[in-house]
Design a protein around this ligand. Structure first.
Ligand code: GDP
Ligand code: GDP
Length: 460
């Protein structure tokens, strides 16, 4: 049994763009299908292994200002009645508008299952809008870029449990399906564990010859790779699916990509966009270094990329089997790591041999832990107790004699953890003080190997 999802929101926020992305090609025909009205179009959507019906309320575009509100209300209500789940979209660049608030109210009243999406979320121009979206009272927004295909993993994560519920609902026929999208502030340890329907997505990145293919083959099991899908591995365009020490995983297929690159004879050029694709795919990125030549320019670039994309990161140093002075080498590596990748402070550094398989247990554990931290949620109460201590220990600066007041702090998101601090004069807050807080969070709440986002926000 599948479910239906209606995309609602004011004109121009990107509804059709998302619709098209979810449905793929073959779109021209959907309007001609019986039962589909001109202003509500339907399509069969795919997202990961989910299949569902998507309804787009695109017909509002030609509404004049006068008629807009009424039509919008009717159309939205109809879409909400038709669909199991509503995806309410705002334009993160524009921020929350009065029209958005009207929508939010309709949706709250209809008490539908609402997923809030802040679209056009690529780039920092969207930061403020994403935070503002919380004020709609519809839970945590997903940061999306329908145009660039970003944030679809998060959409998947939100749809997945709902899809499960609708399936269950179909079986037990209970009249109420009560799903709470809001995360419970009192629980800090409700990390979604990987399951066979939502495997942990891992990518191994690094320079050519670091040993990526060897490592991936080792994880998957070389024999099984040769025997293919019958042995429980399904191969789609970019990823291989298997279990690693009983953890269902999907691993980015570096070798498959490279084969394609060779065919196209653009090996070097592709390896960069390859890395980017791998990073975007992954929840946890393993940066694989060659022990003989660690922290090359290319390694640093890709590690930095993983951090900027907000992925959990584990650094693995490969070919440890041929390393002579291991003790000394490890010390050097740790020193270089701290110096060259300060943005990944605290990320685990694991020595492995992809060839012999040594260290792979520790790598697995480090990945699981990084994933857990990446999903971590800290309660507002805990955060504010902590903030008080931090402020006492080291008061915020007073530019031009006026001390910046930090009033309140909350965790706005997970994957990676993101925090918002309400303060006076957020624009005057020096980078060094933000860094003090981020490093403090990392230490005191034990969050190694995950990017931490901190946003200063003024109160209005
Ligand atoms: P709709 O009226 O809500 O269906 O919006 P459309 O899908 O027609 O998109 C409106 C405009 O926003 C178009 O020019 C899109 O190209 C643009 N757009 C859609 N998604 C994104 C996005 O993620 N980022 C940016 N920058 N623009 C987007
Ligand atoms: P990729 O380009 O990153 O996919 O690297 P490959 O997996 O193709 O490995 C490059 C070379 O390094 C191959 O000759 C591998 O046999 C070798 N290699 C990979 N891992 C190890 C290791 O742990 N120890 C040693 N000694 N050699 C390795």
């Amino acid at each position: 049994m599948s479910f239906s999802l209606a995309i609602v929101g004011r004109p121009n926020v990107g509804k059709s763009t998302l619709f098209n992305r979810l449905v793929g090609k073959k779109l021209a025909l959907v309007d001609d299908q019986p039962g589909v009205t001109r202003d509500l179009r339907e399509g069969e959507a795919r997202l990961g292994d989910l299949r569902f019906t998507v309804i787009d309320t695109a017909g509002l575009e030609d509404a004049t200002d006068d008629s807009l509100q009424g039509r919008m209300r009717r159309l939205t209500e109809r879409a909400v009645d038709m669909a199991d789940i509503c995806l309410f979209m705002i334009d993160a660049r524009a921020g929350v508008t009065p029209t958005d608030m009207i929508f939010a109210e309709i949706l709250r009243k209809k008490s539908a299952h609402v997923i809030l999406a802040a679209n056009k979320g690529e780039g920092s121009a969207a930061d403020a809008g994403v935070i503002e979206a919380y004020s709609l009272g519809l839970g945590e927004p997903i940061r999306l870029s329908a145009e660039h295909g970003e944030g679809l993993n998060d959409l998947y994560s939100q749809l997945m449990p709902l899809a499960d519920e609708f399936e269950k609902h179909a079986v037990d026929t209970s009249p109420e399906v009560d799903i709470d999208l809001d995360e419970d502030d009192e629980h800090t340890d409700d990390v979604p564990m990987p399951t066979s329907s939502k495997p942990l997505q891992i990518a191994v990145v690094g320079r050519p010859n670091a040993g990526k293919s060897t490592l991936i083959n080792k994880i998957i099991g070389e024999d099984r790779l040769l025997t293919g899908p019958e042995a429980g591995i399904t191969r789609d365009a970019i990823s291989l699916r298997t279990e690693w020490q009983e953890t269902p995983i999907r691993i980015f297929d570096t070798a498959g990509m490279r084969k394609k690159a060779k065919v196209q004879d653009k090996v070097e050029k592709l390896s960069v966009s390859d890395g980017l694709r791998a990073v975007k795919f992954a929840e946890v990125v393993v940066v694989l270094l060659d022990a003989a030549i660690p922290f090359e320019q290319q390694d640093l670039r890709i590690a930095d990329l993983a951090e900027r994309e907000g992925r959990a990161v584990v650094v693995a140093v490969n070919k440890w089997d041929i390393e002579d002075s291991k003790q000394e080498k490890l010390r050097d590596l740790k020193e270089s790591f701290t110096r060259l990748l300060p943005q990944l402070r605290g990320a685990p550094l694991i020595t492995v041999s992809a060839k012999t398989g040594r260290g792979l247990d520790r790598l697995h554990d480090a990945i699981m832990r990084a994933y857990e931290v990446w999903n971590r949620r800290i309660t507002t109460a805990q955060l504010n107790r902590w903030l008080t201590g931090m402020l006492e220990q080291h008061p915020p600066p007073a530019p031009q004699g006026k001390r910046i007041k930090l009033r309140y702090m909350t965790q706005a998101k997970t994957r990676p953890p993101g925090f918002v601090v309400m303060c006076s004069h957020p624009d005057k807050m020096p980078e060094s003080y933000s860094r003090y807080l981020v490093n403090g969070l990392r230490e005191d709440f034990d969050m190694p190997g995950t990017p931490i986002r901190l946003m200063m926000r003024g109160q209005n």
